[in-house]
Design a protein around this ligand. Structure first.
Ligand code: SAM
Length: 239
């Protein structure tokens, strides 16, 4: 099957229907992932169909939910090769997107993707979440923070919630087993000003992938001392 048809079918199986530009952007993005993956480590997923399901569809499934649909100012923390941020930007071009990662090689890749796909109102940041969340121009500035495969929930809350404005959301794209993580993060959630709004089980048609979207609402300001300096959240998690 042609890549375009495979992509369109996978999207339609999820009830997602896009215009030609969006599909073309995904095709170009896939080609860049494959090209750069030979030079730098971007992803272990290299088969066309797997890239569609495990990266593209997985990233854009979040748009089925109002927390995400209504957000205009979004940050993707630990975006790596651009997941979920780039697919989100492709299907919602009117959103304003910031992609943050501490690995410069991946940021260089993302800059090329943005350039080639001619994406507008999207910015990359090379740095650690711990440092940028303390800067006034990023702190409590976003309607929505998203993050996939970056850290356990307690650490993730400290890295991500400071970016979210009160009334906004942090959506963590998590694996199938999150009960223990949720139990362990009770104190962090309270201290950092979050509240679990909803846990949504996500299945992807034609794939054995089972994920959970953990939707956290920011209900009060995060105390200024968080996030602590780089590495501290991992070494000494809030308990
Ligand atoms: N989100 C992408 C995905 O799902 O494919 C990438 C996941 S990758 C396993 C984790 C990424 O988070 C890496 O690219 C790493 O550089 C970045 N990262 C980890 N800790 C970070 C921090 N404190 N600040 C910024 N980026 C971080």
């Amino acid at each position: 099957m042609e890549y375009f048809d495979m992509l369109k079918e996978a999207c339609e199986n999820e009830g997602l229907i896009f215009d030609e530009t969006m599909y073309n952007n995904f095709i170009q993005y896939k080609a860049l992932i494959k090209e750069w993956n030979e030079k730098i480590n971007l992803t272990a997923i290299t088969e066309d169909e797997e890239i569609i399901k495990k990266h593209f569809i997985d990233s854009i499934k979040v748009f089925e939910y109002p927390y995400v649909k209504e957000a205009t100012k979004i940050i993707d923390i630990g975006t790596g090769g651009g997941f979920p941020g780039i697919p989100m930007k492709i299907v919602k071009p009117e959103s304003s997107m910031v992609l943050l990662d501490s690995l410069n090689k991946r940021i260089n890749f993302l800059n090329e993707v943005i350039d080639k796909l001619e994406l507008k109102d999207i910015k990359t940041i090379h740095g650690r979440a711990e440092d940028f969340a303390q800067k006034a121009e990023y702190r409590e500035e976003f309607d929505l923070a998203v993050s996939r495969a970056v850290a356990n929930l307690t650490v993730l809350l400290e890295l991500c919630l400071p970016f979210v404005k009160v009334g906004g959301y942090f959506v963590a794209l998590k694996g199938p087993a999150i009960e223990d993580e949720i139990k362990d993060s009770k104190v962090a959630l309270k201290v950092l000003g979050g509240h679990i709004q909803e846990i949504i089980e996500v299945n992807i048609a034609g794939s054995d992938l089972k994920h959970n979207l953990l939707v956290i609402k920011k209900i009060k300001d995060t105390p200024k001392k968080y996030p602590r300096k780089a590495g501290t959240a991992n070494k000494n998690p809030i308990k």
